[in-house]
Design a protein around this ligand. Structure first.
Ligand code: AMP
Ligand code: MN
Ligand code: MN
Ligand code: MN
Length: 277
């Protein structure tokens, strides 16, 4: 079994369809794939026949606020129709729309016009800053996505608007209520000190979190081991996923991340009681 439990489709800021992701997973010898869009839980239409041998696991990635920061919680094996989860995700997507309108106002003051029309033309159900970054590149306000974030959309940028995200507790609760497994996404990507990371993991666990993502694209092996040890110490399960968005980003692909180390595999999320492929 090889599972990739974190990736994005064009329903949020990925570039490809769920069917494309499943085919790519099949080509890359993945047995279980979770599509985890930002604040949107994809559900294939009931009548649709599976188009590949890969097991599709329902998923989502929820943006949360923690202290002054933004952290991500992945939920897998969720019921997308669960009312607690559905209303939380709806609220999050509304916050995303409000943020986009505020960003648009700032851009108009900078004489950059057309964001709202661009967003309306997109397939996304969940609007992200990646879409705004693509718009800024397309309208030649900046040269690439990276500079769109540093000059405009990131903290300190000219069009930075903080979003009004839910708490970790609420996200963990909604995932649990819908029968899923909550996973702290890419813990080493929040630019935290060792001490802050320990606090984050403690708070995540104490607010109902179930697992840590310990392997993802380009993770350093010593950090992976540290996360695996933290999971074992805290009684958390471990998960792994590529966070794939786009075939044009060559540093990542479906299934492209290191194996979970043998000691930690005993606590892999597929051994969690809520796992049901
Ligand atoms: P949002 O959830 O709307 O704040 O959008 C965040 C998404 O933007 C992330 O999931 C990444 O895919 C992307 N992103 C965040 N920071 C950067 C960056 N510095 N450069 C490129 N993409 C980024
Ligand atoms: Mn993203
Ligand atoms: Mn994330
Ligand atoms: Mn992600």
């Amino acid at each position: 079994m090889k599972a990739d439990l974190h990736c994005h489709s064009y329903f949020s800021d990925g570039k490809h369809s769920p069917d494309f992701l499943l085919k790519r997973a099949e080509t890359n010898n993945i047995s279980h794939l979770a599509i985890t869009d930002h604040d949107f839980a994809y559900k294939p239409a009931k009548a649709e026949k599976p188009k590949s041998d890969v097991h599709l696991i329902s998923g989502v990635e929820i943006s949360c606020k923690w202290q002054t920061r933004e952290i991500h919680i992945v939920g897998i094996g969720i019921d997308p129709e669960n009312s607690v989860l559905d209303s939380l995700l709806f609220k999050q997507r509304e916050s995303r729309k409000i943020r986009a309108e505020k960003i648009n106002k700032l851009l108009v003051e900078l004489n950059i016009h057309g964001l709202m029309n661009y967003l309306d033309s997109q397939r996304a159900i969940s609007i992200t800053r990646s879409h705004v970054a693509d718009f800024l590149v397309l309208s030649e306000a900046t040269k690439n996505r990276k500079s769109a974030f540093s000059r405009f959309l990131g903290k300190g940028g000219r069009a930075f608007i903080p979003a009004d995200w839910t708490s970790m507790e609420e996200a963990n609760h909604a995932i649990a209520d819908s029968g899923g497994i909550s996973i702290l996404a890419h813990p080493s990507r929040y630019q935290l000190s060792r001490y802050q990371l320990k606090c984050l993991i403690d708070t995540f666990k104490n607010s109902g979190g179930m697992a840590l993502e310990v392997s993802y694209a380009s993770i350093n092996p010593s950090i992976q081991r540290m996360l695996e040890e933290a999971a074992l110490e805290k009684g958390l399960f471990v998960s792994a996923g590529s966070d794939f968005h786009d075939t044009k980003a060559h540093w990542t692909d479906i299934g492209k991340f290191p194996q979970i180390n043998p000691m930690a595999k005993k606590f892999a999320v597929w051994r969690h009681p809520n796992w049901c492929p």
